[in-house]
Design a protein around this ligand. Structure first.
Ligand SMILES: [Zn+2]
Length: 404
């Protein structure tokens, strides 16, 4: 069966997410909530019914108007595991098909260890094994780096120190479930599209600050992956000639200027914080009103603002969403960011909304879980065989007849 692409794919996922969170809804409710025409919604629901993913429930109680047939998820039994891999820890969530988080955990992890891959397998297994009763549809993994395709999951990450690590294949073989791997900012962008501020926008930009600096581009309702899954790595935009050394090996990348490591080093060198102190200490100084600490964040906000302005000029999004652990200190970034961002935009774009979301690790892991929940309908080209396996597990149809 041919799958629709682009917006329709995401809307199918959004219907499942809506039904999962609201329990039940009529076609009219769905059309209104997801801002889709009633005619298109009728068609999408028809496909979902035919695919066995949605079922018809009782008529809604009449409240004056014509009673409507309610719809619900065909199965609420499936669960999805999402994980966000960082260089020193892994965040896990288990979600329902709707994206509702059932449980979450965080474990220490050393990405630079020679046994990092087997360590990761052991961590996932121990998290997954806690619930053997509910069928596991698949595992979604977000990593800070480039992933060739979600379905094969070969990872290149300068932050993790990984080159061509076959993460997807290893996890899938060890766990015996479909595994989808994606750049963690792209995974976050999927979650934003399904559950967050991107729900009502098909053109938006997600920018993240923290240890790394990254971006996810959503256009036509779909995440732009690029030819090798590396689109949106804005941290490596060359900003300064002969600037500081970056983790990628080049000099003067934006991440080497305003990534967490650069800010902490700046604060240490100026004697503001102790040689072993972290970003938390720097933020505490800024919160307490220390002008030097505030200057460091404001100074980082300026190049970030100019960089994001450049992206807005290129992509012409409806909104910009800023996220990542660095947003904890956003009130100190904001003065530098806002000024340089607005000033660098052309007049017709200067009023574009910027939404700052203090999403945490759990939200990022939820984004990875959303890869699995949306796999049957979304980015099928990149989720490939793994996406078909998820779909087969959802509908209990043998994998070989699905997607034909
Ligand atoms: Zn770089």
């Amino acid at each position: 069966m041919a799958r629709p692409s682009g917006n329709a794919d995401v809307t199918r996922s959004a219907i499942l997410a809506f039904l999962g969170t609201s329990g039940s809804a009529s076609r009219a409710d769905l059309a209104r909530a997801l801002e889709v025409s009633p005619a298109l919604m009728t068609q999408l629901v028809k496909d979902l019914l035919a695919d066995g993913l949605v079922r018809e429930l009782a008529m809604s109680p009449s409240s004056g108007g014509r009673p409507a047939r309610m719809l619900g998820l065909a199965t609420a039994a499936g669960r999805v595991v999402g994980m966000k891999v960082s260089k020193d820890h892994v965040a896990f969530v288990e979600t329902e098909l709707s994206g509702q988080v059932v449980r979450a955990d965080s474990r220490a992890f050393d990405a630079s260890s020679v046994t990092s891959l087997s360590d990761l397998v052991a961590l996932v297994k121990s998290f997954v094994d806690q619930d053997r009763n509910t069928p596991l549809l698949g595992v979604g993994v977000g990593v800070p780096g480039s992933v060739d395709a979600q379905g094969s999951g070969v990872v290149d990450s300068s932050l993790l120190g990984w080159r061509q690590v076959p993460l997807g294949a290893v996890l899938s073989r060890e766990l015996h479930v479909p595994v989808l791997v994606e750049n963690n900012v792209n995974a976050l962008a999927v979650a934003e599209r399904l559950y967050g501020s991107g729900r009502k926008h098909s053109e938006f930009l997600v920018v993240t600050i923290g240890e790394g600096v990254g971006a996810g581009f959503v256009t036509g309702g779909a995440v732009v992956r690029g030819s090798r899954g590396g689109a949106g790595e804005i941290g490596h935009i060359p900003a300064v000639i002969d600037g500081p050394l970056c983790t990628c090996g080049n000099h003067g990348c934006i991440e080497a200027l305003i990534g967490e490591r650069a800010l902490v080093e700046h604060a240490r060198e100026s004697g503001l914080i102790a040689p072993d102190a972290t970003i938390t200490a720097l933020q505490e100084h800024a919160d307490a009103g220390d002008p030097l600490a505030q200057d460091i964040f404001r100074g980082a906000g300026q190049p970030l603002g100019r960089t994001v302005a450049g992206l807005v000029q290129i992509l012409d999004p409806e909104i910009v969403i800023v996220s990542g652990e660095g947003t904890r200190a956003w009130r100190h970034w904001a003065p530098g960011f806002e000024r340089s961002f607005r000033a660098a935009l052309t007049a017709d774009r200067r009023s574009i909304p910027v939404i700052v979301e203090s999403w945490d690790d759990e939200a990022w892991a939820r984004g990875a879980a959303a890869l699995v929940a949306s796999a049957p309908f979304y980015s099928e080209e990149s989720s490939g065989e793994q996406g078909r396996r998820v779909r087969a597990r959802l509908t209990n149809v043998p994998a070989e007849v699905v997607g034909q």
